[in-house]
Write a new protein. Sequence first.
Length: 354
Amino acid sequence: MVFGMPTIKASTLLNIGIAVFEAVGSPRYEAEIVSSSLVEADLAGVHSHGVMRIPYYVEHVREGLIKPGARVEIVRETSTTAIIDGGGGFGQVAGRRASEIAVSKALSHGISAVAVVNTGHIGRLGEYTLYIAENGMVGLGFCTTYRASVAPYGGRGRRLSTAPISIAAPSSRFPFLLDYATSIVAEGKLRLKYLSREPTPEAWIVDAQGRLSMDPSDFYERGGALLPFGGYKGYALAMAVEILSGILVGAGFPCSGCYKGMNSILLIALDPSVFVGRDVFVNDVSKYIEAMKSTPPAEGFLEVLVPGELEYRSREEKLKTGVPVEDEVWARIRRTIVELGLDLDRLLSEATPP
Ligand code: NAD
């Protein structure tokens, strides 16, 4: 057993996740997809969407918000589009299916748009655009989530979801990956601060009275709202994301009171073959990345980074060194394992010392 803040091998975390999700009713393939999605997020350094979600997903199953083993089916389809109903199951299963279909349709037709509705939390939106980029295409992703938690610019009530957006493109170094919430931070990051009882580094919240706040409990205990990033520009982008991945695909919008499911997404795949050509595209994106990286650093910076670079480096490093797991997150995971009657010591036997 490991106490304190442990660093755990990705393969051990993967096994823990698989065991937990099988214990709450997922078939093996589903447990593997969900667990690997969470571990990949931790490897990329996106801990807000990593194994910290395990206890929350178990709660969602208990509350009936996620149905293990749900049937994922295409409910509407053309040669370039599809709408997938996730059956109220784990979002990662429907999300992965959507990205595979998006790639296969774009391979045949140059472009595709595939939506997922009625599904649980899909995790990191970038997982799906990255899959499209790894298949040589440009991936665009938009996601609406069921909880209105963000205030419109100039407002103090919760109306928008954190509505993430992602765009990925292949290069010869590492994939370009834009992947972020249109709120000032993803809600999971605020939750990590709340759990560790830390203030936020700047005002991430507007409290119930409309004052800027750095205290996470103003959000979790006193009805405050997250701010959109970039003032009115982030607010506009959040609305655009919800129009594309909520209203357009038939899931609705979160503050309506009748949004369907926990997440809905729209993925668009563009094959460079029908534009500039795949080789030219990859070559030019690689040169473009180099152009950014060759910028002399500004005061206070060591280097210019390109979107996707931190995640790529983090994965390379953590595959070797293991994944650090916050104390509080680790305590919750351990409690979940014990509550489910799983053998904690056996699951941890591969853990590396901190
Ligand atoms: P973030 O603010 O950490 O931004 C991450 C993005 O910024 C990445 O593209 C990263 O490569 C880039 N980046 C970071 N530092 C950079 C630098 N110095 N130079 C250039 N680029 C840099 O992301 P976030 O808003 O906290 O979102 C985290 C994750 O949460 C995302 O994966 C998102 O998809 C996910 N999310 C999911 C849901 C859901 O309901 N499923 C909701 C919201 C967010």
